[in-house]
Design a protein around this ligand. Structure first.
Ligand code: AMP
Ligand code: GLY
Length: 420
């Protein structure tokens, strides 16, 4: 099969790596890709959000299947446009991607189908927001309705904090249109875990679990980021909990979307909090996570192309998904200053000496080579170093040995990824 992967971060690097291992893959191209992906697949400089550009590329390159990595092209309808020109794509339609694209859509949907979640209200004016914040005594979570690159969620302790966050979204347009409507949610507590399911619209299968580390600094201190590291399987989950999450959250979501005329096809990423009243949905995403993919896919025993092909052929009930009985952790090396202001354009040490390192993968998240030999930083999150092993200690020892050896002076990383 000729496969196109849309995207260019660490997630897409891990997706492309898994697809490249399959004997079913004839040609693999990635757009825009990155210098790490370039080593084993052809990359085309077309932005992930350039819907028409991606469609043209898929047509010109006679692509049989497009794997859409990030949420924005999904929300913008890349899957729908590709279907119109007769090309299969893995990922939900724009309508189904609203589960991530609009937090009010997703909360209303869960309410309709009794899917466990925190209480919430939504509002588009500051007076209503203030009333709700006062009712919750400030102990709440303020969220922008739309996509805000993971920055539109403020977990609050006080009335002042929550009013400030709401004012910034509703009145100061901090997130533009994404914050025209906001949610004020009950703040729940518990351990968090991410569950990745794949669905063809009827059948769903759990593909893996992970725990993300969202705060910038050790011991969950500092601002929220896109994710500074991850571990798989999620230490807090087990077979019983996975089954409960499947029965109470995953399957009701797939069935509910179908009844509402928005068949859900692709990855359903459920961000879960394990509360004393059972697992509840913190958020849904309509694609794989970054950096969670960098720990889930290297553990996948089943051929990823087979999974994707059976999904688009609506034949998922014909397969079983197996993972290796091992552990993976990934540690993100980020530019100093991230998630605030950071500099791009700093030279990274050569990584080729780690190519032969066993059970280690270095995924590129924000790098460029400017078509020269040098590797240059080009984003907040720059690399993610994944180690596979029999247990957490083995993985931590390996991943940290490599990241210390890389010793990039303009970077920082959390030292407690996977620490239990
Ligand atoms: P999100 O971007 O929706 O994943 O939210 C970012 C983080 O905010 C989550 O990983 C949780 O730690 C926290 N969070 C979101 N919603 C809630 C909630 N209702 N109660 C407590 N924490 C929450
Ligand atoms: N790591 C969180 C996400 O991909 O949304």
């Amino acid at each position: 099969m000729n496969i196109l992967v849309v995207g260019g971060g660490g997630r897409e690097h891990a997706i492309a790596q898994a697809l490249s291992k399959s004997s079913l893959t004839k040609k693999l191209i990635v757009a825009p890709g990155n210098p790490g992906i370039k080593k084993f697949a052809e990359c085309y400089p077309i932005a992930a959000n350039d819907i028409e550009g991606q469609c043209k590329l898929a047509k010109n390159e006679k692509i049989d299947l497009v794997f859409i990595g990030p949420e924005i092209p999904l929300v913008l309808g890349l899957k729908d446009r590709l279907s119109e020109i007769g090309i299969n794509a893995f990922g939900p339609s724009a309508k189904a991607a609203q589960l991530e694209g609009s937090k009010t859509f997703s909360r209303n949907f869960c309410k309709k189908y009794n899917i466990p979640q925190p209480n919430f209200t939504y509002c588009d004016d500051i007076e209503t927001a203030k009333q709700q914040i006062e009712l919750l005594k400030g102990y709440c979570v303020v969220k922008a309705d739309g996509l805000a690159a993971g920055k539109g969620v403020v977990v609050c302790d006080t009335i002042e904090e929550a009013i400030t966050a709401s004012t910034q979204m509703l009145e100061d347009y901090k997130f533009g249109d994404a914050g025209k409507v906001i949610l004020i949610e009950e703040r729940i507590t518990g351990i968090e875990a991410s569950v990745f399911a794949v669905s063809d619209g009827d059948t769903a299968l759990i593909l893996g679990t992970a725990q993300d580390h969202k705060r910038a600094y050790d011991n969950d201190q500092g601002p929220n980021t896109g994710g500074m590291g991850a571990i798989s399987p999620a230490p807090a989950l087990n077979d019983r909990l996975n089954q409960e999450i499947f029965n109470t959250i995953i399957m009701p979501t797939i069935n509910g979307m179908k009844s509402d005329g928005m068949v859900y096809e692709g990855i359903l990423y459920a961000g879960i909090m394990l509360t004393t009243n059972g697992p509840k949905v913190i958020e849904f995403n309509c694609r794989f996570g970054d950096p969670e993919t960098q720990v889930v896919l290297p553990r996948l025993e089943t051929d990823l192309v087979e999974i994707v092909k059976n999904t688009v052929d609506k034949n998922l009930n014909g397969i079983k998904i197996n993972l290796f009985d091992n552990t993976a952790i990934t540690v993100v090396l980020a530019s100093q200053g991230y998630p605030g202001d950071f500099k791009k354009g700093s030279e990274l040490p050569s990584l080729s000496k780690y190519d032969q390192e066993e059970n280690i993968s270095i995924f590129h998240s924000g790098t460029t080579d400017n078509n020269e030999k040098k590797l240059i930083s080009n984003g907040g999150r720059v690399l993610s170093v994944t180690a596979i092993g029999q247990n957490v200690k083995e993985c931590r020892d390996k991943a940290y040995k490599i990241i210390e050896d890389i010793n990039w002076e303009n970077g920082f990383y959390r030292k407690d990824i996977g620490k239990l």
